[in-house]
Design a protein around this ligand. Structure first.
Ligand code: BGC
Length: 284
């Protein structure tokens, strides 16, 4: 299969999915928004009426292309460079977003990466890079979002004071040999999300997670980009198709809209049934 690439034409067409503009008037920050799942979340949020802050750390041209597609489709977005694992950069990014868009209503804490290695070969650098981006990055961005929601106070655009979506993975549940840093980071994201939800719900801040399964993006290209690899991957997916970024973008819109106003502290698994552990259907 191929990477599902977006274009201006598709950005315009996406608006058709959201005739009621559920995020109208809201500002959404999506981290790691210039590729893969983050890009889908940003494009869907814009199509649903949000103004979107596109965070990126490398490939500024990809962030700019998304901003220009959103503008071309009649929306509003801007790109903000920051390494989410760096506290000063995160603080500056929030300052820049406030200067540009006044506030933030929705955080999609999506930025994440893999640095895979068998245990014996895994370096401290590989461990730290994954933990710092995937876990510390979500903590820093969520902390600043919660502060911003409370600083600015209630708005009429949503019943909640703010919404935070933590991008997790099926590997918050499924152990993953050869990827212990990644699985540990996503296990951490699960309890980060649940604890944040508990701490912030009384202030009408909703925190939830999304746990994608195998979604075809650059992060897992070797797992789907040849017919043999795709066939092997499909053995793990009862629904028998590899996911696409749109599958997650749609869910992120719902989870950040008032349609999910009573949803707090939960993880939405979007995995084609991967977490039904299909291999047990004939064994165990
Ligand atoms: C990982 C992918 C993997 C998928 C299913 C994701 O969280 O980033 O590389 O294909 O989980 O195993």
């Amino acid at each position: 299969m191929q990477l599902d690439d977006y274009s201006l034409a598709r950005q315009k067409a996406l608006a058709g999915e959201y005739p009621h503009q559920p995020l109208k008037g809201q500002i959404a920050l999506v981290t790691g928004a210039n590729s893969g799942i983050g890009e889908a979340c940003a494009r869907h949020a814009a199509a649903a009426g949000a103004t979107v802050a596109i965070n990126y750390v490398t490939m500024p041209e990809k962030a700019d292309a998304i901003v220009s597609d959103i503008a071309g489709a009649g929306g509003l977005a801007a790109s903000f460079r920051a390494d989410v694992s760096d506290e000063m950069q995160v603080l500056s990014m929030y300052d820049e977003i406030r200067a540009r868009f006044d506030t933030v209503d929705i955080l999609v804490a999506n930025a994440g990466l893999q640095r895979d290695a068998p245990l014996e070969a895994m370096t401290v650098m590989q461990w730290d890079t994954v933990m710092n981006v995937n876990l510390r990055g979500q903590f820093l961005c969520a902390r600043e979002a919660a502060k911003e929601f409370q600083r600015r106070g209630p708005r009429t655009v949503s019943r909640a004071l703010g919404k935070i979506i933590c991008m997790s993975s099926v590997h918050q549940l499924i152990p993953w040999s050869g990827h212990v840093n990644y699985a540990a980071s996503k296990g951490g994201v699960m309890l980060l999300m649940q604890s944040l939800a508990q701490e912030l719900a009384g202030r009408t801040i909703r925190v939830n997670g999304i746990a994608p399964g195998a979604i075809a993006t650059p992060i897992n290209r070797p797992a789907w980009d040849t017919p043999a690899a795709e066939a092997k991957l499909l053995d793990l997916i009862p629904y028998n198709r590899v996911g696409v970024p749109d599958d997650i973008g749609r869910a992120a819109v719902w989870l950040s809209s008032d349609a999910s106003d009573y949803v707090v502290g939960t993880t939405l698994f979007i995995d084609g049934g991967m977490t039904t552990f299909e291999s047990f259907s004939t064994g165990g």
